[in-house]
Design a protein around this ligand. Sequence first.
Ligand code: ATP
Ligand code: MG
Length: 332
Amino acid sequence: MTLSFLRVEGLAKQYVDTNGKPGPIVFDDVYFTMARGEFVAIIGHSGCGKTTILNVLAGLEQASGGAVFMDGRELSGPSLDRGVVFQSHALMPWRTVLGNVTLAVASRWPQWSREQVREHSLKFLDMVGLAAAAEKKPHQLSGGMKQRVGIARAFAIRPKMLLLDEPFGALDALTRGTIQDELLAIVRATQQTVFMITHDVDEAILLADRILLMSNGPHAKIAEMVAITMPRRRSRETLHHDPQYYRIRNHLVDFLMHRAKTPPQSLPGYGPRQVPLLSPGMDEAMSAATAAAVQDADHPLHGHPTSGQAASGMPMAALHLVPAAAHQARVA
Ligand SMILES: Nc1ncnc2c1ncn2[C@@H]1O[C@H](COP(=O)(O)OP(=O)(O)OP(=O)(O)O)[C@@H](O)[C@H]1O
Ligand SMILES: [Mg+2]
């Protein structure tokens, strides 16, 4: 029995149109696990099914096949133990900014006094730089500000798992950077478990412990997993000084440009339950920073083997590869 915090087992989705006619199979045979406190990002081309997977994890969408277990229980329906930030903000237009957050907080902790709810909500609005806009209505805010309210609301309920669907997509570069820093600090301090969709490879490298790469649909799959082996205490300012950064970045961009269109099941050695876990950041001369990261008891890859055999048929020679099973044993 695996004790992973989150287990996704053989997830599949086929939408049915309004006439009841089944559409193509968006994805199938999707297996992955997440450890408690792990930050997992998922990258893949538009339409491969990332939002659908996130919605299934949120309990907002029913899978056509497979199951999801969190904390040993099969998920069924939405719950306040999962906080969601949607691709487009989903605020109640008739409530103020503060009112949007307090509603979620009061539902999460019904025993709290109004003052407690207000204070807690304001703390999280302050975190995203919106304390001064607390009494405004959503229509009075910019797109980026609305998105930040959604982020504050999701964090404020202290969910067991945070589900982020391109949460920073609508933000300008400066705000995006600031909020990424905030997110990183809070996630590290609270050991928050996060599943995030992003199209931004730099964002994924900065924030994630592991990145899932999805092949194109139909029948999309998790084709590879990439371990971020840089020290967990990394920052936007210094990220690009780490020699691992470019190796990881190139690997992700190469996947998106070339490998995403190849059905991974056509590659020898691939199995949807044995998705290769790659460490493209590592090379023969493992940097001191890398050694520190992997020895750092705080890093989710602590104790993780750093070299292995390259999978036959994977077009990624010279990469260190650890079978997913080894990783899953670690996170178990
Ligand atoms: N409610 C729906 N009914 C029918 N088809 C849908 C529905 N929602 C999504 N799809 C289809 O399922 C596929 C996956 O959609 P999804 O939104 O999960 O993709 P995505 O990977 O999040 O894309 P993007 O990166 O553009 O956000 C797409 O082909 C989409 O058209
Ligand atoms: Mg999407």
